[in-house]
Design a protein around this ligand. Structure first.
Ligand code: ADP
Length: 518
């Protein structure tokens, strides 16, 4: 059976998708591979087809325990002998499964990475494993957005096997740095590396700062009535309250988060997948590996924690290649929420620093006036050819752009005069001439930039400061209490040799006359 016969016989396809053939051929010829493909690119086939062509067993390592059963069921339906072992099995089921595997009844076995260090390990080591496929390989990297300590054990397990199998790693999100780490940490041997690129031309990206997120969302849902869509929120509480409010407005939406009863959660997921419910409101617990082709929009009700998560979540729209929208509703409160999540998420200072750095990139994304598609692609290290994609919110924006050079100069000099020791809130308060106790106690009312932007709201000043950070005039430290510092890029702007522009409505959020100093 050659590759194309296998493709047709088992999967029913006539052609490979971009990158698949190279990866499949690489594996079958005994080479390690690294496949970087966007969500929906067709990664599974890249290890499932070789699994059928190689002699021994293929072990698929995946963190997505909840999906293993579905994946195995669909393989079985295709006539491929597959099975899984994970913590959802009872002891009896597990023993039976192990016996079946030992008796060579399966070609493909899915395991969770934790299994490689537990009691299951010895039995796995005795199998004739010809291929180890590692799904979601970015989980091995501390630099990635989804680091999982159990992934670190994978290379040790591979080394412990009598005969080294072919090792194939796959991911949908990886910056250059993460790709390097995957190669090194998994110890891939001269891998054939295929990166199909991150661009999803059918996705329209947009960042909106709306005065009322609920009003915007309900109007959007009414206007797009009949389309399937996902609304991501950063907390379970927001998921619940938003679902309730949407229902009150007569919109049929279901909620989904990790704290719900698992039967109800499963029902909501299935109702959405089969189109019985059009709208699902969810935390990031929803979606990994869910293959619903006709999701027409993904709205982020809150800013997520980093670009990788955003790309992956937004990327659940338009898997069928049809035009779809990815809208991020940004508000400054989201930054505070995400910082709390970082704080609670890890105690390791090194990891926290990484998470803050990743968060800053997304904050920059929300403040840029440049092409959003290019911002995403450049994050993943892709070379940009055209400066404008002509199909994102920024490229099509009709906002009036105004010159904010003077405002920028005032903010930059205030940062300088106050010793580059404070965050956006303090800088904005100094510029507005705030009588806040902290400002007076620190003696900041004595600096020459005190009160020179009285006519602006604190929000507007912060908005401009964050825009300056997005454009690299300001560097924001990645600490718990981030501090604004000037970069080399400031000089021409401060000397008046350069101008800077911003969307009018974002600078003047309130009529200047109504803004009064706090
Ligand atoms: P990923 O894991 O990269 O997100 P999947 O492996 O789940 O993507 O594949 C996404 C969808 O594309 C699936 O519905 C799959 O059946 C389909 N698919 C994969 N390869 C091909 C192909 N060569 N031709 C047509 N459809 C394909």
């Amino acid at each position: 059976m050659d590759l194309f016969q296998g493709l047709k016989k088992y999967f029913g396809y006539d052609e490979f998708r971009r990158g698949q053939k190279e990866l499949v051929e690489g594996i079958v010829s005994g080479k390690d591979v690294l496949g970087i493909m966007p969500t929906g690119g067709g990664k599974s086939l890249c290890y499932q087809l070789p699994a059928l062509m190689l002699d021994g067993i293929t072990l698929v390592i995946s963190p997505l325990i909840s999906l293993m059963k579905d994946q195995v069921d669909s393989l079985n339906e295709m006539g491929i002998k597959a099975s899984y072992i994970n913590s959802s099995l009872t002891r009896g089921e597990l023993n039976q499964r192990i016996n079946e595997i030992k008796n060579n009844q399966y070609k493909i076995i899915y395991v969770a990475p934790e299994r490689l260090t537990s009691e299951g390990k010895d039995f796995l080591q005795k199998l004739n494993i010809s291929l180890v496929a590692i799904d979601e390989a970015h989980c091995i990297s501390q630099w990635g957005h989804d680091f999982r300590p159990s992934y670190v054990q994978i290379p040790k397990f591979i080394e412990s096997l009598e005969k080294r199998p072919v090792v194939a790693a796959f991911t949908a999100t990886a910056t250059e740095r993460v790709v390097e780490e995957i190669e090194n940490l998994i110890n891939l041997k001269a891998p054939i590396s295929v990166n199909t690129g991150f661009d999803r031309p059918n996705l329209f990206y947009q960042v909106l700062k709306v005065p009322d997120k609920l009003a915007y969302t309900s109007k959007y849902l009414q206007e797009n009535n009949g389309d399937s869509g996902i609304i991501y929120c950063s907390t379970r509480k927001t998921v619940e309250s938003l679902t309730k409010k949407l229902k009150e407005k007569g919109i049929d939406a279901a909620d989904y988060h990790g704290g719900m009863n698992s039967d109800i959660r499963k029902k909501h997921q299935e109702d959405f997948i089969f189109g019985r419910t059009k709208i699902i409101v969810a935390t990031n617990a929803f979606g990994m590996g869910i293959d619903k082709p006709d999701v027409r929009f993904v709205i982020h009700y809150n800013m997520p924690q980093n670009m990788e998560s955003y790309y992956q979540e937004a990327g659940r729209a338009g898997r069928d290649g049809e035009d779809s929208q990815c809208i991020l509703l940004y508000s400054p409160d989201d930054i505070v929420k995400q910082k709390i999540l970082v704080e609670n998420g890890t105690r390791s200072p090194k990891r926290q620093k990484i998470l803050y750095q990743n968060l800053q990139y997304l904050i920059d994304y929300c403040h840029t006036n440049e092409c959003l598609r290019n911002e995403i692609l450049s994050y993943f290290g892709e070379r940009i050819v055209d400066k404008s994609c002509s199909s994102c919110g920024n490229c099509l924006s009709e906002s009036e752009m105004i010159d904010i050079t003077v405002e920028a100069q005032k903010i930059l000099s205030c940062i300088y005069r106050t010793g580059q020791r404070y965050g956006t809130a303090v800088i904005a308060q100094v510029l507005r001439g705030s009588k806040n106790k902290r400002i007076i106690d620190f003696g900041l009312d004595k600096v020459s930039t005190y009160g020179i932007m009285k006519e602006y709201t604190e929000k507007s000043i912060k908005e401009i400061a964050l825009t300056l950070a997005a454009k690299d005039y300001i560097y924001i430290t990645t600490d718990k209490f981030p501090v604004l510092k000037l970069t080399q890029k400031c000089k021409p702007l401060l000397k008046g040799q350069e101008k800077i522009f911003h969307k009018k409505e974002l600078v003047y959020q309130k009529p200047a006359s109504k803004a009064k100093a706090e």
